[in-house]
Design a protein. Structure first.
Length: 267
C-alpha cells in the first residue's frame, strides 16, 4: 500500500530537522522525505507519516534513524579536486616541518572526504605528524566511515598511484570491494557532532573542510554554524567550503584567498 505524505505531515518533519540539524528542507524535498521515510513506516508497521512522527518524537532511537535518513548526502572520493591541489601546493608547503598538521572534515558523511585528505597528507607528509577528525550528525554513515570499506564502483576519482598505495582490493567473499589501508584508517578519528549545537572540545585545526553542507542551511543558521566553528581554526588556518558555496555575508572573520577557500588572519 502506498502511504501518502500530507503537506501537514511534511511540515512537521521540516520543522523537526530544522530544529535539530539546522537543515532547511524546501517544499521540493517532499518526495525525498516521503521516499526515505516510507520504508521505516513499513518496518514499524505504521499506517501514516503522522503515526511515524509521533513515534519519532517519543523514541530517541527512532529519532536518530529519521535524522540519519534525512541528512545523508551524496559524497565521493576526490570531490572538487582543486581543493586537494590547493592543500598540496599552497597549504602544506608552508606548514612547519615536524609540527602536527590537523584537519577537521566537519560533514564527512560516509568518510570519502576524510580518506581523500588522508591520501594527500600521507603522500605529502608520510606517516608522520598529521591527523584528521571526521564528524557528521548521522551515526549510520559514521559507522560506514570507520570501516573504510567501499564497493569497487566508488574508486572513480582516486588517482591510480593512490589506489596502489592506499587501497586493498577485496578477494573471495570481499570481491567487488576495496578497503582503505589500516595506516590511514588509524590516523582518522570519527565523531558524531551536530554543527547546530555547542561543539565538543576538538582542539585547534590548521584547516577545516565544511563542503556541501551550508547549501542546506538558511542564512541565520549559516552564520551561527560558522561562528561556532571558527574558534577551532588557528590564526593563519584555512576554511574550505564547496565551490557552490560562499561565506559572503556569513562571516567577516575570514579573508578570501581563492573562490571557496578562506583564511583566518594571523593574530
Amino acid at each position: 500500500m502506498n502511504i501518502v505524505l500530507s503537506d501537514r505531515e511534511f511540515r512537521h518533519f521540516q520543522e523537526m530537522i530544522h530544529k535539530l540539524a539546522g537543515i532547511s528542507l524546501t517544499d521540493a524535498k517532499k518526495p525525498l522525505v516521503s521516499g526515505r521515510l516510507s520504508k521505516r513506516l513499513r518496518h514499524c508497521g505504521l499506517k501514516s507519516f503522522g503515526d511515524y512522527f509521533e513515534l519519532v518524537m517519543r523514541e530517541k532511537a527512532e529519532l536518530q534513524v529519521a535524522v540519519d535518513l534525512l541528512t545523508t548526502n551524496e559524497t565521493y572520493f576526490f570531490r572538487e579536486p582543486r581543493h586537494m591541489d590547493f592543500l598540496k601546493e599552497r597549504i602544506l608547503p608552508r606548514h612547519p616541518r615536524g609540527k602536527l598538521f590537523r584537519i577537521w572534515s566537519a560533514a564527512c558523511s560516509s568518510g570519502e572526504e576524510c580518506y581523500t585528505l588522508a591520501m594527500v597528507l600521507a603522500d605529502c607528509m608520510g606517516d608522520g605528524s598529521w591527523e584528521i577528525v571526521g564528524s557528521d550528525i548521522s551515526s549510520r554513515v559514521l559507522e560506514k566511515a570507520r570501516m573504510g570499506h567501499y564497493p569497487m564502483e566508488r574508486i572513480d576519482g582516486i588517482p591510480r598511484e593512490y589506489l596502489r598505495r592506499f587501497c586493498l582490493k577485496g578477494t573471495g567473499n570481499q570481491e567487488g570491494t576495496f578497503l582503505i589501508d589500516k595506516i590511514l584508517r588509524e590516523k582518522i578519528r570519527f565523531q558524531q557532532i551536530n554543527l547546530n549545537e555547542p561543539l565538543p572540545k576538538l582542539g585547534i585545526f590548521d584547516a577545516i573542510f565544511m563542503r556541501n553542507v551550508m547549501i542546506y542551511f538558511d542564512i541565520d543558521t549559516k552564520r551561527q554554524v560558522v561562528k561556532r566553528i571558527l574558534p577551532a581554526l588557528r590564526p593563519g588556518g584555512h576554511f574550505i567550503v564547496s565551490h557552490s558555496e560562499s561565506l559572503n555575508g556569513i562571516s567577516d572573520e575570514l579573508e578570501s584567498v581563492v573562490p571557496s577557500v578562506y583564511r583566518k588572519p594571523d593574530a
